[in-house]
Write a protein that binds this ligand. Structure first.
Ligand code: M6R
Length: 586
């Protein structure tokens, strides 16, 4: 979370920093700020609470200029979203932007306060600014101060720092939070390459514990022992250059509507490594959020078609358990961003304690996970800007399904047919929009599914709560009688995923049980299922699909339902409250 940008140029950098922040706003939008060193060699900064638009207005009222500057878009960890807590954070002659968490900030604050440094924010980052200033006040150079600070703080960070006493050099560092250097007419640094498109043609990805001193005339990169190292520039990946909303009001709708083509593209470019499953006697899937639900769905496929026992674990829990990984386990890590700290830490736990092969599935080229895995498979969807994952989820499912049925020509053909079926569902937009109007005012919605549609019920509920802020829960339909049925009354819509497949009869009984307690029900089914379900219930009839891949199809109307419900409630669908797309704090 939080996006950072830094630019050094022969021209004013403020507008470019703000454009970069615009591309990073998905990482957090509690507040934003920019700081430059002006022509008098003094740090000037402007900050504003809320979305970037507010910063733009503040910059109009109070313009600043400089050839070197840093910017930040914040997802609050320490301290509320106030101007005082907005980055860049200043200490006399030093200014810092930070993504991550300084874990020893309390101890450092105590020491710095004893030394006379006055704290004006509730942020953890302020200790970094004062620590640097303290070292300068003790006669150290910016380089010495920066190295001292890196050696003193613990936790996670991507930093960009301006020193008035070194007005042509930007100091940057990373540990567990992403940071990339960009090279073009200007020298840039950013949390990810999307912020650099249009500015840089080539990039260098910093690795953990590396830091750099950057000026227009030189870029020096150091490893964790402060030894100068050489890293090669690589062309900026094309998939990170995103082309706007394409005529849609929100990225989320654009990304939902793209799913036919993103799925085709992903499958065309996919190459499952030879012998991937040789000697594999167990699969362990690690992921969070929507990616975790993709993993849950894959378990059904892996066990049925690969005949390999599969465990799926919530990454944030897994690393704090003394989990045991069996010999010959293939670890599959699913992360859209490739940067989710919980997932990376869980992977790190496995890597540090066990010897096993790791396959990662990610949408972001060169993300951190790609450097930690033995194999990487990309969901080739292009950048997903909407905070709620949509097209990357179906692409993850396509990758996982391809892995599961890679030896089954018939099922592979069925899978390749999925984009067409999804496009049929996408054409039902108007119908789905009208269903959204029936849930727009409710307080709570339940989603029920069985088998591989159980994770889709969970994902449907997650989508709805993320963007509409309506309370929603997904359940395995057979489980509701064990407790959740108490939630059902006439006010609570129950959305059931019920294709005509081997679970149909069981699902129909669950529907009857729910219907006996409440009256608001929506059933997603196919033509055959519709003829066998009670006539009076509202139904959305989707194309019939091979039962193995129904998850890929049934999630799409749920994404749309969430989108339209949120829209009708007047929410900012692409930037739902409190969320960020890339979750780089634990
Ligand atoms: O980038 P990742 O796939 O690792 O992200 C995991 C979750 O944070 C993510 O799926 C989150 O749940 C999304 N907001 C879902 O829409």
């Amino acid at each position: 979370m939080c996006g950072i940008v830094g630019i050094i140029s022969k021209h004013d950098v403020v507008e470019k920093i703000v454009s970069g922040l615009e591309m990073l706003e998905y990482r957090g939008y509690d507040s934003a700020g920019v700081a430059v060193i002006d022509q008098d060699g003094v740090i000037d900064r402007v900050r504003a609470v809320g979305k970037l638009q507010n910063l733009k207005s503040a910059l109009n009222d109070q313009p600043i200029k400089g050839f070197i500057g840093i910017g930040h878009t914040r997802w609050a960890t320490h301290g509320k979203a106030t101007v005082a807590n907005s980055h860049p954070i200043l200490s006399k002659t030093v200014c810092v932007v930070h993504n991550g968490i300084i874990e020893n900030c309390k101890e450092l604050k105590f020491e710095l306060q004893k030394d006379g440094y006055q704290f004006l924010t509730d942020t953890d980052t302020e200790v970094v600014a004062h620590l640097l200033q303290q070292q300068l006040d003790r006669g150290k150079s910016p380089r010495e101060a920066f190295r001292y600070m890196l050696a003193t703080v613990s936790g996670t960070y991507a930093f960009a720092v301006l020193f008035e006493s070194s007005p042509h050099t930007l100091f940057v560092a990373r540990r567990r939070s992403p940071l990339v250097l960009g090279f073009g007419e200007d020298i840039c640094v950013a949390s990810d390459t999307t912020a650099l498109s249009g500015l840089s043609q080539e990039v260098i990805y910093l690795d953990d514990n590396e830091y750099a001193e950057i000026s227009l005339s030189s870029v020096e990169i150091f490893n964790g022992n402060y030894e100068l190292i050489k890293k090669d520039k690589v062309p900026i990946p094309e998939s990170t250059i995103h082309t706007g909303k394409g005529g849609y009001d929100y990225y989320m709708l654009k990304e939902i509507m793209e799913q036919g083509s993103t799925l085709r593209h992903t499958m065309q470019h996919l190459s499952i490594p030879d012998n991937l499953f040789d000697d594999v006697s167990r699969i362990l899937i690690l992921a969070c959020g929507t990616s975790y639900y993709a993993g849950m769905t894959a378990r059904y496929w892996f066990e049925e078609y690969l005949h390999i026992p599969t465990d799926v674990e919530i990454a944030s829990e897994y690393r704090y358990r003394k989990a045991i990984v069996q010999p010959n386990t293939l670890v599959v890590v699913i992360t859209q961003s490739g940067e989710t700290i919980d997932t990376l830490e869980a992977l790190d736990y496995v890597r540090s304690n066990y010897n096993c092969r790791v396959l990662a599935i990610s949408n972001v080229k060169n993300s951190a996970v790609s450097r930690m895995a033995d194999y990487i498979l990309y969901t080739d969807t292009g950048t997903e800007v909407g905070v709620a994952s949509t097209k990357t989820f179906t692409a993850q499912l396509a990758v996982l399904a391809s892995m599961a049925v890679h030896n089954n020509e018939f099922l592979l053909r069925e899978l390749r047919n999925m984009p067409l079926l999804i496009e049929e569902v996408l054409s039902m937009q108007a119908q789905i929009k009208s269903l959204a109007s029936s849930i727009v005012d409710v307080n709570s919605v339940l989603f029920l599914g069985r088998s591989s549609l159980y994770p889709i019920a969970l994902e449907g509920a997650l989508k709805l709560k993320e963007v509409s802020y309506i309370h929603a829960e997904g359940f395995a339909a057979g489980e509701i009688k064990h407790g959740p049925i108490a939630l059902i009354d006439d006010t609570v819509p129950v959305i059931c995923l019920c294709p005509y497949d081997s679970m149909f009869e069981k699902m129909s009984s669950n529907i009857q049980v729910a219907l006996a307690r409440g009256k608001r029900m929506l059933i997603l089914t196919d033509a055959e299922g519709a003829t066998r379900l009670p006539g009076e219930i509202t139904k959305l009839i989707v194309p019939s699909v091979h039962p193995v891949f129904s998850a890929l199809l049934y999630v799409v109307p749920l994404q749309m339902l969430a989108y339209y419900t949120a829209l009708m409630r007047g929410n900012d669908v692409d930037k739902p409250r409190n969320l960020a797309k890339s979750v780089t704090v634990e």
